[in-house]
Design a binder for this molecule. Sequence first.
Ligand code: NGO
Length: 527
Amino acid sequence: MATIACSDAGTADREDSAATALSSQKTSAAQANLRNIVPAPVSVQSRSGQDFSLTAHTVIGAGACSAEVQRVGEYLAGLLRPATGFALRVRPVDATAHTGIVLLLGGANAQVGTEGYELDVTTERVILRANTPAGLFAGAQTLRQLFPANIESSTRQNGPWTVGGGHILDFPKFEFRGGMLDVSRHFFGVDTIKHYIDHLARYKLNHMHLHLADDQGWRIQIDAYPQLTAIGGSTEVGGGAGGFYTKADYTEIVKYAAARYITVIPEIDMPGHVNAALASVPELNCNNQSPPLYTGVDVGFSSFCMDDAHRAVVSKFVDDVVRELAELTPGPYIHLGGDEAHSTPVADYIAFEQRTLPVVEKYGKTAMGWHDILKSTPDTRTLAQYWGTTPTDSTVEQAAKRGAKFLISAANLTYMDMKYTEATPLGQDWAGLIEVQDAYNWDPATYLTGVPSKQVVGVEAPLWTETILNLANIEFMLFPRIPALAERVWSPSTHTWDEFKVRLASQGPRWKNANIDFYASPQVPWP
Ligand code: NGO
């Protein structure tokens, strides 16, 4: 009988990986999966003759020690049940369990830190060890990839459900690994967001940034200004019905993400990109009159009123919005946009940011902004998100000297709304075409001129949605580029495109089985 168990003790006898014969000449299909993991683990060693099989008698046990470990066990069981058709009950088992899949909190190699894990596969059992539940969750994503590709199917498939024997030690290179979805240009309901979260989780990304307000739509309930959603949430690019998240919807999203160890970052873009707010709240306009709603795709034409007479009303608006957002946000960050404020005079922009970014700190959060905010020389707690298209930017270099930290979203490498080629149907091309090899072939640690790697927190892949209408469109733009970026931000930089593209190819059948739409790039040797 196989079980998934959990334990705080972490004292289950360790397979001594150094002493075990690890190299395998014989390659079973199960062993092949060990070499096909994306993002590539820090170290993978296979053990011939040690494959593990999940069977109909498998019982999954977890949780006497920690409700959270039990939950990770349930999550893993939930991934494995549909295709196997096995019941996979999750129940408590102690650390000496000698069969099954065992989740152990504690006792992992210290190297794995707070998000990594160790996975040991032998004929008898699979042991997943981590120092945190987040690490166990990451390990569960790896284990998922060790099963045959039809494990991803939502209907019962034929086994055998065999995992290659071996040992994996793994942990991320960067602490911030994220994706952004623009829900303003087109609105996406809670169910679509949950799929998006699952796609990020699959590749061990740990932040989801939601671009909640722009010229075309305001998408989050703010009690102090109900008209923001009633008016500002009522349309989108192309004039569709738009929509918005109630606080209950948003809380549901945050909870769903948290269960996948993903931190949600809300963004309200300001002082430009604010037409939806201006259309909803007349007092934010210098003439106290609202402009019409906007359903086009231009940028840079809107601004909060910056004159002295409106300073108090704009400041109160910002304070109310940030306060309510902070209340909805367990994570550390509130993002205040700040990009392309072409209709705000520069001096006013700088003064606005100097007043506004500290409001985020007043409510106990850390401010984030597009790197345009660096013009206002914010304090070094503020996280700047770099979205330029070249590695060299003098404002960035100066800020780096002052100690600023950066999140890299270089538009020509990480923008998921850029087309793959001129021929691909969706997306834009203002920052260039991004084929999957382009998304892969760079190193975030050394990318920005004058920014030492210790000042780079990680990478985020934004998906702007001027041309993106639904989940299938979202998936087509993410796959296969999001796994490429995930590897850049998780794995050691030693991996090469020629080797990665083979691993990436092995993911294709998984997406097909999971009904995930993707761009079948000719650069990848799909099976
Ligand atoms: C820019 C612009 C967005 C667009 C996006 C489209 C930033 C930070 N501001 O990126 O408003 O939607 O390009 O690619």
